[in-house]
Design a protein around this ligand. Structure first.
Ligand code: ATP
Ligand code: MG
Length: 214
């Protein structure tokens, strides 16, 4: 379970998050909406342990990750979190297979068979030796989804994962995210501008003026 308690985040003198209170149950799929600059990515970064709040607590499975040392936070990110981004963020100079393997390598647990199974699961068998530039946007995002799940993290954070795809490909990507994460009982936090994408979730929340509305 994830619990945000009175979370405040500032950049310079500008208060972006102004007392966020939010509880996300294990296995829940939640969408976060809000206008550009409202703090959606900031919120994901706090939950993903890529940043810390100035005030308040981000509690994951009973532990306040905001007070973790940098080393502990890095381990938290590597083990517990899978990220999916708008522009895929695949490493350009390595293959599909190697991109998907990366979280396993970082966790010191290479498993080639598992990677091949995952490639089948996203329907990209035969493309394991391709480089990201040789794939379509939708295919690259499927690789990114496989990479986000391969190390079996508890939490998937997706920041506008369909934002650079056409709507039909976007729907297919959402269907895949929904199917894979439901099957594995992952907690999913999805940021999107588009309500038809947000509706894939169990619950939708909105950020406005630094606070969250249900
Ligand atoms: N690293 C940073 N340094 C300074 N200001 C930042 C930083 N990251 C975000 N901000 C500011 O914080 C505010 C919230 O940014 P954030 O990226 O969370 O918005 P967002 O809701 O994700 O927007 P978008 O929909 O455009 O992606 C913005 O005003 C932004 O300029
Ligand atoms: Mg953003």
């Amino acid at each position: 379970m994830i619990k945000l308690e009175n979370v405040e985040k500032y950049y310079g003198g500008h208060k972006v998050l102004n007392g966020i209170n939010l509880i996300i149950q294990k296995g829940e799929f939640i969408s976060v909406m809000g206008s550009s600059g409202s703090g959606k990515s900031t919120l994901l970064n706090l939950i993903g342990g890529m940043d810390r709040p100035e005030k308040g607590a981000v509690i994951v499975n009973g532990e306040n990750i905001s007070v973790f040392t940098d080393e502990k936070l890095t381990l938290y990110r590597r083990k517990k979190i899978g990220f999916i981004f708008q522009f895929f963020n695949l490493l350009p100079n390595i293959t599909v297979f190697e991109n998907i393997s990366m979280p396993l390598l970082l966790n010191g647990s290479e498993d080639r068979e598992k990677v091949f199974q995952q490639i089948k699961r996203i329907n990209l068998d035969g493309k394991e030796d391709k480089y990201p530039y040789q794939l379509s946007g939708g295919e690259q995002q499927r690789v990114a989804i496989a990479r986000a799940l391969i190390h079996e993290p508890e939490i998937i954070l997706a920041d506008e994962p369909t934002g650079s795809l056409d709507s039909e490909t976007g729907r297919k990507i959402m269907y895949l995210v929904q199917e894979l994460t439901e099957e594995m009982n992952k907690t999913v936090i999805l940021v999107t501008h588009e309500s038809y994408i947000a509706e894939y979730a169990d619950r939708i929340v909105r950020i406005k003026d630094g606070v969250v509305f249900e």
